[in-house]
Ligand binder design. Structure first.
Ligand code: XBP
Length: 231
């Protein structure tokens, strides 16, 4: 019987990547007088590397730029980017994807526990949940696994393992909701077989064949089937 839903954030709860993170990276580059600019097409490639700092380092490394080695600059840039991102989200510029709010409300009604498993920073998660679901919605999530508490980012299983441990649940007692291949691999590597994947335009070309359910969006997810299963 399913006891918890574990949600990825970026791309799954909301299309944060292009409208939020990419814009924030570009704005931070400007603030630091860097010429770098990431187009949507380029960002689609860069997304294969999870984590904002890791993504910038990968980008400069592949350009042969010395900035890749400058950890202090990467840290300062990432702080600026996070500030810009959370302000964008707080202004309501990023909306939940279709069906997400309904599934969360359904879970609460059915006493299905809720958690988050993401590679992004905790403040980003808090900002999105507050602005899109209301100021008390953070308390609905029993545990938030995020960049600060998982050593290795997706596709490593760390964040999912940590969430399962915190919830004291087995992998077969949860459903994970993801949007991309890194997330699907991370959940599978933690032993979670039921992974519902709802890709966005940024990752629809990825191999998502190992998804338990591959859906356009979460309006297509059948909560009724879960009830039948638990009878
Ligand atoms: C999300 C990410 C994040 C964001 C940037 O991956 O890769 O790194 O793009 O956030 P997932 P930070 O959806 O698989 O969790 O800059 O805070 O790292």
């Amino acid at each position: 019987m399913i006891k918890a839903f574990i949600f990825d954030v970026d791309g799954t709860l909301a299309e944060t990547e292009d409208l939020g993170h990419r814009r924030a990276f570009n704005e931070a580059f400007k603030q630091f007088d860097l010429d770098d600019y990431w187009s949507s097409a380029h960002y689609r490639e860069l997304l294969k590397v999870a984590g904002g700092k890791e993504r910038m380092q990968h980008y400069w490394r592949s350009n042969g730029s010395p900035l890749a080695q400058d950890q202090a600059l990467v840290d300062r840039l990432h702080r600026a980017k996070t500030q810009i991102y959370t302000e964008l989200v707080a202004k309501g510029e990023v909306q939940l994807r279709p069906g997400v709010a309904d599934i969360i409300h359904h879970a609460r009604q059915q006493a299905i526990r809720l958690a988050v498993a993401t590679t992004t920073a905790r403040v980003n998660v808090e900002s999105l949940i507050r602005s899109s679901l209301g100021s008390d919605a953070l308390s609905w999530f029993e545990f938030i696994g995020c960049a600060e508490n998982a050593a290795n980012k997706k596709p490593a299983p760390d964040v999912y393992q940590l969430v399962l441990q915190q919830l004291r649940l087995r992998a077969d007692q949860v459903i994970a909701f993801e949007d991309n291949c890194n997330g699907l691999q991370a959940a599978n590597a933690a032993g979670i077989e039921r992974v519902v994947v709802t890709p966005t335009f940024l990752n629809e070309d990825e191999d998502l064949s190992l998804a338990w359910q591959l859906l356009e969006d979460l309006t297509q997810f059948d909560c009724g089937a879960l009830q039948a299963e638990s009878i």
